[in-house]
Design a protein around this ligand. Structure first.
Ligand code: SF4
Length: 314
């Protein structure tokens, strides 16, 4: 089937069944283009809760994002086109580990990155995203009147939040990381600066501290996008340190600017498991339980609290 026919069929099916498609910036550009809403984890969490009135939400992202949308919209059907699209970072932390950390550090609040399982969220005081981690850590430490928090599963984001908030973030576990962002090295950054002189370097807080410290800007995907959107006229070259889907989006939206990856093949293969063909198939089979992401009600009832707290705090 030709691409144009496929896109046309998707659009017809979408209208027929009143479906909302949410897509993360790390999806392929073709999928980004058919989405009703595009964003990072925080934006998509808000949209899932506040802006969707369709009965069906197709979530082109990874499993924890679809779980979050389902927790926030328990009466709706949230569908993940490829059920194997999962985030390996989330697997670094389980609920048993969280309970052990809580026992070891009684009285400290638990902050979990949204890139975590529903069970882990259910055992947390508040969630955060890479957009709001610093603010959330500061606010929850103030609320609990403490100088330390438990933070997981991304040790680099925890380190970033600690660096910017002056609140100690005890990592749960020590080595949780994202394989896409943690592969960016100081050498990559220096080499790209030499190659693309005068390029402004933007990196994600999931990068290691040495890389973050050398960058010109550190922010979530949405914050990087907005930094480029609001850039000064003389800033026309950007070196991007995150998954290549964002670079493709920015190149399309800001054709007068130049974008370079900080290194080649910054790809989240887990995000890229969705395809247009699969989305069409889901649209034709909305009630196939294979695609539905449902969190058990007893877990969802607890996990919604730290998510709502995050949305109120951010
Ligand atoms: S980019 Fe990293 S954190 Fe995001 S879904 Fe992929 S592996 Fe997980």
């Amino acid at each position: 089937m030709k691409d144009s026919e496929l896109l046309n069929e998707i659009s017809v099916l979408k209208k027929k069944r009143d479906v909302t498609i949410l897509a993360h910036y790390y999806q392929s550009i073709e999928i980004q283009n058919i989405a009703d809403f595009l964003g990072d984890s925080l934006e998509l969490s808000r949209i899932a809760k506040e802006k969707t009135d369709s009965d069906y939400i197709i979530f082109a992202g990874v499993d924890f994002m679809a779980e979050t949308a389902s927790i926030l919209n328990q009466e709706k059907h949230v569908l993940l086109p490829n059920p194997e699209s999962c985030c390996p970072m989330a697997a670094y932390l389980d609920a048993k580990m969280v309970r052990e950390y809580k026992k070891k550090y009684p009285g400290l609040p638990v902050v979990t990155y949204v890139n975590s399982t529903a069970e882990v969220k259910a055992d947390s005081d508040v969630c955060c995203t890479s957009s709001n981690a610093v603010k959330i850590v500061k606010s929850i430490a103030k609320e609990f009147n403490v100088n330390s928090v438990l933070f997981g599963p991304d040790s680099n984001l925890g380190d970033y939040a600690e660096q910017k908030s002056n609140i100690r973030c005890i990592k749960m576990p020590e080595n949780g990381h994202c394989y896409v962002h943690s592969q960016i090295s100081v050498e990559d950054l220096k080499r790209s600066r030499e190659l693309f002189t005068k390029g402004l370097v933007l990196v994600h807080p999931e990068c290691v501290r040495e890389v973050r410290d050398l960058a010109d800007f550190v922010g979530s995907t949405a914050q990087m996008y907005n930094r480029v959107k609001n850039s000064q006229i003389e800033e026309d070259k950007f070196i991007i340190g995150t998954e290549e889907g964002l670079l493709q989006r920015m190149a399309k939206d800001f054709p007068k600017k130049q974008f370079y990856p900080v290194r080649d093949k910054l790809i989240c293969y887990n995000m890229k498991k969705h395809t247009l063909e699969l989305i069409k198939h889901v649209l034709e089979n909305l009630d196939d339980p294979m695609f539905e992401v449902k969190v058990p009600p007893e877990i969802a009832k607890k996990a919604i609290l730290p998510l709502e707290k995050m949305l109120q705090m951010s």
